[in-house]
Design a protein around this ligand. Structure first.
Ligand SMILES: Cc1cc2nc3c(=O)[nH]c(=O)nc-3n(C[C@H](O)[C@H](O)[C@H](O)COP(=O)(O)O)c2cc1C
Ligand code: SF4
Length: 453
């Protein structure tokens, strides 16, 4: 059961506009609320080239984490000569702690189907594949029902909206590990091939599924497209930060509350954290993990950072999966970084040696720091390895996976030094507890649960 966090009045609602609808698959109700108005504008008024130009004017960026300009990919796919083109809606939701994409698919399946159909029309693709986790059974059920209704109404299908173009939409349930969300792995999974990332270029927009131009776009990105075409680029530019307009779904987890909210890009991180009530009563926010397992750990002093692609990037984090985890002053940042780095090392596919070995070594350094067994030179090794790992990146995982430790080093240097140089954990979380004088005699919930494990 999804919890939606209340947002301040005046915040726009595009992606979650249909939240609370008794039946999100009710096509008549969706059409009354504007569904398929964007597709109608694209087909009957704009045509493919002007549709892409409208997205460019709206400065729509991909919501799957990287923030690439959508129009650039659409144009590349449309211009590449080919006998077939494809659209892939990435709704896999790799981050196990974020259910934003699944929630969107459950809440407004028509927005994703319509956005994907507009993309298919604009680039000349006849097939749309909506990739979803096989375990997201309710999302799959609603998508299937919505596709049948949209087909019967003629919005998609053999002659979609009498455009003369066939647009066939299929739901593709997939199950795999974290890396499956990466676009080149996803494409291989859709072809039933073993998945490891591919070198780029060529990007999928010019060479993807079956070697054909394939537009891979996150489901939130696609769901924003109907709004832009219905209301115009100017209306979209008026939402959030004009440099990075629009909204994005965020899953905030805090000691007081957790849930999903739609946030205008550019909102100060402080206001995003406040959606979940901030720190526990009587506690202070110490750190915020932004972007998922390969996210950055930002200190309370960075709460004025704009929650946007460029704002977070400059601070050493990223939008990533849309996950925001609030840690209060009882948390140990080094331990947080260790857990995240370990996850990233375990999930790395192993194709690139600096990533396979480098992330493993970084996770070991994190492990030594929290066990009070750091070695001389570990700090230098951490910095050197991080630089090497990033420099040899074959996919974004490598670059992003170093963020937890690097941002920990950047913002919590005293805490890192205490672990590295004196084997102390100022928060009293890490083992062996006796090495932390401040923690002697205290048993934190984290230590208790580890002792029981
Ligand atoms: C390790 C890894 C996991 C990823 N997981 C997802 C995912 O679950 N969903 C997603 O949309 N993008 C994910 N991405 C990003 C995709 O590779 C791709 O950039 C995105 O789907 C493109 O859509 P967008 O331009 O709309 O953001 C992941 C990237 C990496 C490196
Ligand atoms: S960088 Fe890491 S995750 Fe990406 S392909 Fe190489 S080994 Fe796999």
């Amino acid at each position: 059961m999804t919890t939606f966090l209340p947002t301040p009045s005046g915040w726009p609602s595009i992606l979650l506009a249909r939240r609370g609808e008794p039946d999100p698959t009710d096509l008549a109700a969706a059409v009354r609320a504007g569904a398929f108005g964007g597709l109608t504008t694209a087909v009957r008024e704009l045509g493919p080239a002007a549709t892409i130009a409208t997205l460019e004017d709206a400065r729509l960026r991909g919501r799957g984490g990287s923030g690439h300009l959508a129009a650039e990919k659409w144009r590349a796919a449309a211009r590449t000569p080919a006998k077939a083109r494809y659209v892939v809606a990435n709704g896999y939701g790799a981050d196990p702690a974020a259910s934003t994409d699944r929630t969107l698919l459950e809440t407004d399946p028509y927005a994703v189907i319509e956005g994907a159909a507009i993309a298919a029309f604009a680039i000349g693709a006849e097939e749309v594949h909506i990739a979803v986790r096989a375990t997201a059974t309710e999302a799959i059920r609603r998508l299937d029902a919505a596709i049948v209704a949209a087909l019967e109404a003629g919005f998609i299908g053999e002659d979609a909206l009498e455009s003369g173009q066939r647009i066939e939409v299929t739901v593709r349930p997939l199950q795999g590990a974290y890396m499956l969300g990466e676009e080149t792995v996803l494409l291989k999974a859709l072809e039933s091939r073993r998945g490891q990332p591919e070198q780029r270029p060529p990007h999928p927009s010019t060479r993807g599924l079956e070697g054909m131009p394939t537009l891979v776009q996150n489901v939130q990105t696609l769901a924003l497209v109907p709004f832009i075409l219905r209301r115009g680029a100017a209306a979209f530019l008026g939402v959030g930060d004009p440099a990075e307009p629009g909204t994005v779904l965020v899953e905030v987890r805090g000691p007081e509350a957790s849930g999903i909210a739609e946030v205008p890009l550019g909102t100060p991180l402080r206001d995003v954290v406040a959606l979940a009530g901030g720190a526990a009563r009587g506690r202070k926010v110490k750190a915020v993990v932004v972007g998922g397992p390969a996210g950055g750990i930002l200190p309370a002093g960075q709460l004025d950072t704009p929650y946007s692609f460029e704002g977070l990037r400059a601070a050493g984090a990223h939008v990533g999966s849309g996950s925001v985890v609030v840690a209060d002053d009882r948390a140990c940042v080094v331990d947080l970084a260790r857990v995240l780095t370990r996850f990233c090392a375990d999930e790395a596919c192993g194709k690139t040696i600096p990533c396979r070995i480098g992330l493993r070594r970084l996770a070991e350094i994190g492990g030594r720091m929290t066990a009070g067994t750091s070695r001389a030179g570990d700090l230098q090794l951490l910095e050197d390895l991080s630089a090497d790992v990033v420099g040899a990146a074959l996919c974004d995982h490598e670059r992003l996976a170093t963020l937890p430790l690097l941002s920990g080093l950047r913002y919590f240097r005293a805490e890192v030094d205490a672990h590295l140089e004196r084997g102390e954990c100022p928060a009293g979380v890490c083992r062996p507890a006796t090495l932390a004088p401040a923690a002697a005699g205290r048993t934190t919930p984290a230590r208790q649960s580890r002792a029981q494990a």
